[in-house]
Design a protein around this ligand. Sequence first.
Ligand SMILES: NC(=O)c1ccc[n+]([C@@H]2O[C@H](COP(=O)([O-])OP(=O)(O)OC[C@H]3O[C@@H](n4cnc5c(N)ncnc54)[C@H](O)[C@@H]3O)[C@@H](O)[C@H]2O)c1
Length: 270
Amino acid sequence: MAYNLLKGKRGIITGALDENSIAWKVAQKCHEEGATFTLTNAPIAMRLGEINKLAEETGAKIIPADATSMEDITKLYTESMDVLGGKIDFVLHSIGMSVNIRKNIPYTELNYDFFQKGIDVSALSFHKMLAVAHKLDALNENASVVALSYIGAQRTYPFYTDMADIKAMLESIARTFGYHYGKQKKVRINTISQSPTKTSAGNGIKGFSDFYDFADLQSPLGNASADDCANYTVSLFSDLTRMVTMQNLYHDGGYSSTGISAELLEKTQG
Ligand SMILES: NC(=O)c1ccc[n+]([C@@H]2O[C@H](COP(=O)([O-])OP(=O)(O)OC[C@H]3O[C@@H](n4cnc5c(N)ncnc54)[C@H](O)[C@@H]3O)[C@@H](O)[C@H]2O)c1
């Protein structure tokens, strides 16, 4: 059911790779709620061509951009404002990649070139997207920027290796930039800390499927799906959350507040 929560709003959505991507669901919901937006992803991710389907379905223009390139990001904002006919009201940062995780390298033996690549793609890209928007004055007053994070930023999960540190940086950027952008332009910036979700990035993590089941049992409401995450994101893009900023918001079915669930305890006794 749609409520026209984003009617008249203009946005930029990064990270829709295929129909499992969290960003894909966010784009569908933003469209349902009356927003217009551009879609973007790294040029290399466009090879699959999947994003064309989403663009067609939502009437969005695709603007390829490598989120580590200031030049690409500048083009992304200027073209988006041009195509959408004005300044931007919401931005979704849904970008994450760790070569160390992909190559299954343990935390104590991290490759630092890979680590730096992960920081650049998954955290600094967020700062760059905010800095370019700030420089171009591309965001409207009360605009809302959301990036996706994971509880590995606060608690240790052995398989999450360098992404734990990278997500901690991402969340810190939301707070720190949120202060400055809030003061100067009333722009708000938050991160959503999402449950494990079966996407291309999620499935790339060793043992993900077992861990997904563990988190599902631990959470009183079960794991939050990508669709639920999209609904929550829409609420943060809407005017209903105008005073929410600089927060890391858990969207995890209660996982982050649960010590242990009865179901998991039972399993350990079995
Ligand atoms: N899947 C999970 O379990 C989970 C849980 C919590 C948070 N997250 C976060 O959600 C976000 C979206 O991930 P997802 O799970 O939807 O997976 P996904 O693989 O569908 O999305 C990741 C996206 O990042 C894009 N990307 C990678 N390098 C890029 C670059 N240089 N420039 C621009 N885009 C680039 C990829 O092309 C892809 O579209 C990530 O930040 C991820 O860490 C995922």
